[in-house]
Design a protein around this ligand. Structure first.
Ligand code: SF4
Ligand code: SF4
Length: 463
């Protein structure tokens, strides 16, 4: 058994001396690959199109970490919304954990941009220029000649251009496409910072897709590293049906494999040849497996060719294969679903009830009531208002509930877009209305319309 498990001590892309083993995956084909292609092209369309779409004049998504401005579906989130961001992150992590517990690493193989770009863009260009895996291997091992120089040059120029395009899109998600176009129009000398960012991103993407490749999934990606703790024997994953397949042996025509004590695996190794991470799925669930399903297609085509039932490699749980049973909703999954629903409810409520005017009002520190004139007393307040919209707003302040009137003594309530204004004001009340503590409601108005109510209190002498 110790002998059988030695594959777990090493990763498939590193040899005994610690040198990288370059993977040449065979070009996949089959039902799953076709579906993956369709989904990938749809996701690529969304990924490249999203930065150019707007809702109510705001981008659909923007992650402007430089200006600390984030936009989701046209809603602007500023650092003041950190609490919503925190809940959103917890919800996202619970969702990822639940998805992984149920579906294993399916996200990696089917949705992750790294895999989509690698397998559906860069790898396909490589197949197109250099041919399938055996041709690629031959080309890499042969001496430099005109053919090798031509093929490698075309491939790397194309890789670099696509990386440049991805880098521009990536930047559009951070600064918005208007600013990106401005950088492009101004040129590298007038917009040096933006130009450097594009160059760095381009080289990072080029390095990842031309050289690092599956190493990102097998050694760098933190989500990949989490699999060991999230998956259990009930999680669905791309799995080899060892019950049916073992007793693996080469195919012999007209042989009754069952009577000969042989399993259905004909040991053709096609599942290994197509694997982009270079593993043998027959060894069981492994950390390197990105659930791309290429081995399912490869095995199915072999099963078809030798007239055996398809599905020797399939999406199933370890327990499901062992006991030939369908997927089970375990208590662990139910608990995660419960937590996720609560968090989603909380997040939705927070987003719906979130105001696009954030206010903070407090009596100026260290002050009590003051005598305003012979007939009136006043309290002094600090007011901070954050405008979370992209419009300039002019507000007025009035007392909604309680005696007296408001006198602004600080800045006017002229709010530029996505900025805050700090000001001071007095509440002045008639001496006949004085009490030791008067609860009040202040109203903020915009164009005569009430837009926000704020509760506060007026401090008077102890009467
Ligand atoms: S074992 Fe199969 S599903 Fe996993 S990465 Fe390799 S080919 Fe993809
Ligand atoms: S492709 Fe299927 S039959 Fe061939 S070695 Fe892999 S599991 Fe066995």
């Amino acid at each position: 058994m110790a002998q059988e498990e030695t594959f777990r001590d090493t990763i498939s892309t590193v040899d005994d001396k610690g040198k990288r083993i370059w993977i040449y995956p065979k070009k996949p084909k089959g039902w799953f690959y076709d579906k993956r292609k369709q989904l990938s092209y749809l996701l690529l369309l969304i990924l490249f199109g999203l930065p150019y779409l707007k809702i109510n004049g705001e981008p659909v998504v923007l992650f402007n970490v430089i200006e600390r401005k984030f936009v989701f579906f046209g809603q602007i989130f500023l650092p003041q919304d950190l609490y919503i961001f925190a809940i959103a992150m917890i919800t996202f992590i619970i969702f990822i954990a639940l998805f992984t517990i149920v579906f294993g690493r399916l996200f990696c193989g089917w949705v992750c941009p790294q895999t989509i770009f690698m397998e559906m863009v860069f790898r396909r260009i490589e197949y197109w220029i250099e041919g399938d895996w055996t041709h690629q291997k031959k080309l890499n091992n042969q001496k430099w000649n005109a053919e090798k120089i031509r093929k490698k040059s075309i491939k790397h120029v194309l890789f670099w251009l696509i990386s440049f395009f991805i880098a521009n899109t990536f930047l559009a998600y951070i600064i918005g496409y208007e600013q990106l176009f401005e950088i492009i129009q101004k040129g590298p000398f007038k917009s040096f910072g933006g130009f450097i960012a594009i160059v760095i991103f381009t080289f990072v993407f080029y390095g990842v897709f031309a050289f690092m490749r599956e190493q990102v999934c097998t050694t760098v990606c933190p989500y990949g590293r989490l699999q060991g703790v999230l998956l259990d024997e009930n999680s669905l994953a791309v799995a080899y049906d060892s019950v049916r397949g073992e007793g693996r042996a080469k195919f012999k025509k007209n042989e009754d494999r069952a009577s000969a004590g042989k399993g259905d695996c004909i040991d053709c190794r096609q599942c290994i040849h197509v694997c982009p991470t270079g593993i043998d799925i027959r060894n069981g669930t492994q950390l390197e497996c990105v659930n791309c399903t290429a081995c399912i297609d490869a095995c199915d085509s072999m099963m078809e060719a030798v007239d055996l039932p398809k599905g020797l490699i399939k999406i199933a749980s370890e327990e499901g294969i062992k006991h030939n049973q369908p997927f089970i909703w375990t208590t662990r999954i139910k608990v995660y679903v419960g937590i996720l629903l609560v968090l989603m409810g909380l997040l939705t409520t927070m987003i719906i009830t979130r105001s696009n005017l954030e206010t903070n009002i407090s009596r100026t520190r260290g002050t009590l009531f003051q005598k305003y004139d012979d007939e009136h007393f006043s309290n002094i307040y600090d007011l901070t208002i954050t405008n979370k919209t992209s419009q300039v707003r002019d507000l007025q302040i009035k007392i909604l509930e309680g005696p007296g009137k408001v006198e602004l003594i600080g800045k006017e309530l002229h709010l530029i877009e996505q900025a805050e204004v700090k000001t001071k004001f007095l509440i002045i009340i008639d001496k006949d209305d004085l009490e030791s503590n008067i609860e009040m409601v202040i109203g903020l108005y915009e164009n005569g319309e009430l837009v926000k109510k704020i509760n506060t209190s007026f401090l008077g002498p102890n009467i």
